[in-house]
Design a protein around this ligand. Structure first.
Ligand code: C5P
Length: 234
């Protein structure tokens, strides 16, 4: 897709600010990530406007019955996203239906099939919260179990924390894409991220793509901040 592994998270509902940032970052990042906050405010038109020619990670974390998620996937494919997300806990039938729908929609339109990424265990859920939502295993085990299920069910990769990368790379092999948030360049603050790694550490552990938000979007010169990270990785 792109040699630059950095996807910048534009976490805003302000379409002008997002478009300005995306324009400024063109050429210094591999792509941008837009999530529910932006999508629910501006929909497909806003997404097209902001992403332009930049590769897009559309992070909508789908989770519903297979028929509904397949339908959602048919609506996502024309947006031309490079990657999109669904919850692996939606189960194998849901993931298979999504993968089939994405392939069919892409073939029909002659467009690209997005990389489908499984969300395993949200990093906001700790080992105390997991049993309360019915998970018997601890988060490390649950992440591996769900990533393996995502792979078996036809997904292309998973979103995971930097500290899960090495184990998932070993479990799922080299072809399974690992997309990793919780990245902080050396010397920058952690914000609300609890367990971070530097871009270099995460890539060395086996990440394919890095999702980086505030260290870039909060910098006085976002393009410069992105360029410094890309240069450190080159
Ligand atoms: O600003 P920051 O670099 O912390 O942004 C990280 C991005 O990755 C945000 O869009 C956040 O929602 C997302 N993310 C995360 N941790 C996860 C999954 C997604 O930080 N486990």
């Amino acid at each position: 897709m792109t040699a630059n592994p950095i996807f910048c998270a534009l976490d805003t509902s302000d379409v002008e600010a997002a478009a300005k940032l995306a324009g400024a970052l063109h050429g210094t990042v591999g792509g941008i990530k837009l999530g529910l906050e932006f999508f629910l405010a501006h929909g497909p038109d806003g997404v097209r406007r902001v992403a332009g020619a930049l590769p897009l990670f559309l992070d909508l974390k789908l989770h519903d019955i297979p028929n509904t998620v397949a339908g959602a996937m048919r609506s996502i494919v024309p947006l031309g996203a490079a990657m999109t997300t669904l919850h692996a806990s939606g189960g194998p039938a849901m993931m298979k239906a999504a993968a089939d729908a994405a392939s069919e929609a892409a073939a029909k339109s002659g467009g690209r099939r997005p990389m489908l990424l499984g969300v395993t265990i949200l990093t906001s859920l700790d080992d105390e919260a997991l049993p309360r939502i019915g998970f018997a295993d601890k988060s490390a085990g649950a992440v591996q179990r769900l990533a393996a299920l995502a792979q078996e069910s036809g997904l292309d990769g998973a979103v995971c924390s930097p500290h899960e990368v090495a184990a998932l790379r070993a479990l799922c092999g080299p072809g399974f894409k690992l997309v990793v948030p919780g990245i902080r360049p050396a010397g920058s603050g952690a914000d609300d991220q609890k367990r971070v790694m530097t871009p270099k550490q995460a890539m060395a552990a086996g990440a394919d793509y890095l999702v980086i938000g505030r260290p870039i979007t909060g910098a006085a010169d976002p393009a410069h901040a992105a360029r410094l990270i890309a240069e450190e990785l080159a």
